[in-house]
Write a protein that binds this ligand. Sequence first.
Ligand SMILES: Cc1ncc(COP(=O)(O)O)c(C=O)c1O
Length: 339
Amino acid sequence: MDNIDWKNLPFGYIKTDYNIRCFYRNCKWGALEVSTSEYIDIHIAATGLHYGQEAFEGLKAYMGKDGKIRLFRWEENAKRMILSAGGIKMAEIPVEKFRNAIFEAVKLNKRFIPPYGSGATLYIRPLLYGSGPEVGVKPSEEYTFIVFVTPVGPYFKGGIRPVNMLICRDSDRAAPLGTGIYKVGGNYAASLRAGIAAKEGGYASAIFLDAREKKYIDECGPANFFGIKDNTYITPKSESILNSITNMSLIELAKSMGMKTERRKVPVEELATFDEAGACGTAAVISPIAKIVDADNNMIYEYCRDGKPGPVSMKLYNKLVSIQNGDEPDEFGWITVID
Ligand SMILES: Cc1ncc(COP(=O)(O)O)c(C=O)c1O
């Protein structure tokens, strides 16, 4: 570990020292347990394996210039995991337990937090799954909650840069009244076909449309979409997308910068009217979009013609990253310092 090259870390998994585990049995959660193993012993009939009873979260710990470790809006991740658990009939992990587990996982693996200025961060992955055996299709009576951490490199090595995306019309990530609003594994499995096809075509991501009418923008792979025009930040309202914490925060930032904000249906044709477009999420904060290709309709929507991210996207990005790193005061109350 002493020879981790922080500046060249991949956005992938690296073993750390400890992870935290907690078990739900006999209708109650037990105490947090610390483990040094990367493996789990799982029942062959666990509902997490057979019936997709699995949800996860993703957030980051940031090392500041002042040597303080900061978490960004972890309560929102805790609340979203409760929403996801309820959505697929799993036991909910209480906010306090979620908090204690992520704090403990970060503190125990402090030596893996990338230094300030490296662009790398400590990614925190809480995971919840049905671990009790069932053969009929029904919710498990037992659950396992795990938090592991892993240092990850910046999403864009060499700095933020615009990417191309492909509109997907031949598969859906989530149904309108399905599980798209939950962060459950099944949605990600359902997105893989389109995601891989897009990558094979040289695109950074697939853009999913609403499954009912295929008229409106849903999401950009594992990130929300936004467009900018007329001093307005516009982002899709949909019953099948994940409520991105980054997007919620960008909306607040845009408002604080004097912009209007709209969360509403975004028709595909409206892509032609945006000055800037981007995808947002914890991994990259903002991925500015250079080009969106709608191959079935022979349409190409282009932004960033000079090859650079648009000014509004950059302003939002710089502001959010500065708050996360502790370079700017946190006027929104989004940061928790881990002592
Ligand atoms: C499907 C999907 N949409 C959006 C996001 C972005 O959400 P957040 O900003 O909370 O990371 C993610 C990542 O968590 C995701 O998996």
